[in-house]
Design a binder for this molecule. Structure first.
Ligand code: AHM
Ligand code: MG
Length: 347
């Protein structure tokens, strides 16, 4: 006879990770990396929540390598993420949206995982207290590159090795996830066997399993794109979006939803179904979002949840990055919606 579940029978992220380790899905080293990421997310969540009262809103006064104005919280969140990863002692190389090039971590003594991340995505929303998030992906070091390094590599050789190691296709991801800072703080991750969501319990200060084995609905009548760029889009894309607005025989067109924060827009797409897109346009030939730490982790999660991630023509996870901050168009979400978009773009 099955015992009724007690209301005190909760699964925290820590116990969940230990169970995955016992089941041989991940090793102890990866558990430590993921725990250090969860700690960084808790710290960033508290910074974001208090931003308006601790003088953390507004610009830092500098731009990142991609020419984007950095917010104060972009810079601080990057420091928080980097230092949590460094002190885990298990990351060999880290690459961030806010750093020009990937950095080798001297403190690493085992594991040597490669972590790519966007510490505070959608930060233009911060000053209005709208949702933001952190995104990350974890790769194994490329063994061939490590053996090519020799006994005493020069700084240039180490730097070159970092870039080569980081530029791996998303199909090599061991794990990816995001944390959304919204009406609740939700950490969603996959270690290659489905997608799980954990909500931060503010009383316990722990992430608690709240979304078991998330599956993206096969279809969904919500589209999420910045339609302000409509005039700059290709004709095929215009036709696709026009078709979504056609009420058809059901009398009900698609709904438009756009926060302007990838994590929030993607999280809704995972739960409700539909499509999120950041297309290329006549001004931005490759769109806006970055392959390594935005498009690949989200596409990995989408696939793990039974959805799809595409650049409009090919699978995002198959794209071999050539540069760390490389941009690609992204269409991600329900399988049927992404395939419908692809059929319009290839016609
Ligand atoms: P950021 O990494 O500088 O925050 O930019 C990424 C964000 C995404 O969260 C969001 O999907 C997109 O930019 C919104 O861009 P736009 O304002 O052009 O619609
Ligand atoms: Mg970003």
């Amino acid at each position: 006879k099955q015992q009724a579940k007690s209301q005190y029978d909760i699964t925290t992220l820590t116990t969940w990770l230990l169970k995955k380790e016992q089941a041989g899905v991940i090793d102890g080293e990866l558990t430590i990396v993921l725990s250090s990421i969860a700690l960084a997310c808790k710290q960033i969540a508290s910074l974001v929540q208090r931003a308006g009262i601790s003088n953390m809103t507004g610009l830092q006064g500098a731009a990142n390598i991609q020419g984007e104005d950095q917010k104060k919280l972009d810079v601080i969140s990057n420091e928080v993420f980097s230092s949590c990863l460094r002190s885990s002692g298990r990351t060999g190389i880290i690459a961030s949206e806010e750093e020009d090039t990937p950095v080798a971590v001297e403190e690493s003594y085992s594991g040597n995982y490669i972590v790519v991340f966007d510490p505070l995505d959608g930060s233009s929303n911060i000053d209005a207290a709208v949702s933001t998030g952190s995104i990350w992906g974890i790769y194994k070091p490329n063994e061939e590159c490590l053996t090519n390094l020799g006994e005493e590599p020069t700084i240039d050789e180490i730097a070159e090795n970092c870039v080569v190691n980081v530029c791996q296709p998303g199909s090599n991801l061991l794990s990816a996830g995001y944390c959304m800072y919204s009406s609740s703080v939700i950490l969603v991750l996959s270690v290659g066997d489905g997608v799980y969501g954990f909500t931060l319990d503010p009383l316990y200060g722990e992430f608690v399993l709240s979304h078991d084995n998330i599956q993206i609905p096969k279809s969904g009548k919500i589209y999420s794109m910045n339609e302000g760029n409509y005039a700059l889009w290709d004709d095929n894309l215009k036709k696709y979006v026009d078709s979504l607005k056609d009420p058809g025989t059901s009398g009900k067109p698609y709904s438009a939803r756009y926060i302007g924060s990838l994590v929030g827009d993607f999280h809704r797409t995972m739960l409700y179904g539909g499509i999120y897109g950041y297309p290329r346009d006549s001004k931005s030939k490759n769109g806006k979002l970055r392959l390594l730490y935005e498009c690949a982790p989200m596409s990995y999660l989408a696939e793990q949840a039974g959805g799809k991630g595409s650049d409009g023509h090919q699978r995002i996870l198959d794209i071999q990055p050539e540069q760390v901050h490389q941009r690609v168009p992204l269409y991600v979400g329900s399988v049927e919606e992404v395939e419908k978009l692809e059929s319009f773009l290839s016609s």
